[in-house]
Design a binder for this molecule. Sequence first.
Ligand code: SF4
Length: 110
Amino acid sequence: MPLHFPSRDASRRTPSVADTPVSVARPSDEDSTTAWMSAGNCRNYPPAVFFPSDGVGVDRARKICTDCPVADQCLEYALDQRIEHGVWGGCSERERRRILKRRRVAATAG
Ligand code: SF4
């Protein structure tokens, strides 16, 4: 996993710039399940952009994600890893919580 991606444990603490969703994968990650990261639009932006502190910042990050070729993988990765902080796949923390809740409800409904 790239150093700048938070691990499952790291995602549960206050994020720092080192814990960023920016998808600049290290070359050694190319064959891993995170190979998609190297194709993310965010590779051209400072990591802090994806850990906004307000709604304006969230909108800015989302805009970068809008035409990202790996947005689906990014979102599913964040959902799967239960990453709580930052914008991933064009979704804020709140949006990801809603998606997970909808999926739980759908799974129990059946
Ligand atoms: S969807 Fe956004 S955060 Fe995810 S890889 Fe693309 S630009 Fe980066």
